[in-house]
Design a protein around this ligand. Structure first.
Ligand code: DGL
Length: 276
């Protein structure tokens, strides 16, 4: 019997998108999820738009072939650089993380000035700046390339990470002319929710933090609620949500690192070689 539950495909360059899956599981625990982490080719954040688009298309098409009925591009870099290419090539709806994050920031900001932190590629694309400008909000974008490796190292509450974050955020918030009055900080990278408490301490107290992962999960959950998959049988209703994980590099590393991002153990990971 085929399930009437919606199968959501979640794509990221690696482990970081598990912060989006974590938020999705909280808001939409009844859906099935297939997660693809392109761990063999990360980081995307320092790559060109053409390369990111090529990788992201291969991965999202894999998710579609494996039953995804809705695609969530959890990676900020892939969303910023390749959302249009992915949407054009997909036969299912696609949700990226930039629009939901920008929409939430625009709602929250009173000064109409927002600071956005992300990878070098996300910042260079100005995807957040454009999404915020279309909502009448100015943006100050700041690339924070050292944060991803520090977080993957597990240095979550670590003096070095705090010092690095302080240097980056000081640069963002000390420029009175541009971001001096920014009252929102958008976490425009999958990894940053892990250091949210640290960023909260380091950012000026007036600044509210908007997490793109949470905003995206809210948008997806609203979409799933608006289009329920149909009347499920009693058996289907009782079945717990299935989560399947695919990674292009070591499954052991994915299980180990991924558990930190998902906040729970990951039992099984399937290795994928996209050249096959
Ligand atoms: N997932 C990426 C993002 O959200 C961060 C890691 C990478 O550079 O691949 O931008």
């Amino acid at each position: 019997m085929t399930s009437r539950r919606v199968c959501v495909g979640v794509f990221d360059s690696g482990f970081g998108g598990l912060t989006v899956l974590k938020a999705l599981l909280e808001l939409s625990p009844d859906s099935d999820y297939i997660y693809f982490g392109d761990t063999a080719r990360l980081p995307y954040g320092s790559k060109s738009a053409a390369t990111v688009a090529k990788y992201a298309l291969e991965a999202t098409q894999y998710l579609e072939r494996n039953g995804a009925q809705l695609l969530v591009i959890a990676c900020n870099t892939a969303t910023a650089l390749a959302l249009d290419n992915i949407t054009a090539a997909s036969s299912v709806p696609v949700v990226g993380v930039v629009e939901p994050g920008a929409a939430c920031a625009a709602l929250v900001s009173k000064t109409r000035r927002v600071a956005v932190i992300g990878t070098e590629a996300t910042v260079a694309s100005h995807a957040y700046l454009k999404a915020l400008a279309s909502r009448g909000v100015e943006a100050e974008e700041k690339a924070c390339p050292l944060l991803v490796p520090l977080i993957e190292e597990g240095w979550i509450e670590h003096p070095v990470t705090e010092q690095v974050a302080r240097i980056y955020l000081d640069e963002v918030f000390s420029d009175r002319e541009s971001a001096g009055s920014a009252d929102v900080l958008v976490l425009g990278c999958t990894h940053y929710p892990l250091i949210r408490p640290l960023l909260r301490r380091v950012a000026p107290p007036r600044v509210k933090i908007v997490d793109s992962a949470e905003s995206t999960a809210q948008v997806v959950s609203d979409q799933l609620r608006a289009k329920p998959p149909g009347a499920a049988s009693e058996q289907e209703r009782r079945r717990v949500s299935r989560q399947t994980f695919f990674a292009t590099d070591s499954v052991a590393k994915f299980q180990h690192l991924g558990a930190r991002f998902l906040g729970r153990p990951i039992d099984q990971v399937h290795h994928v070689d996209l050249r096959e």
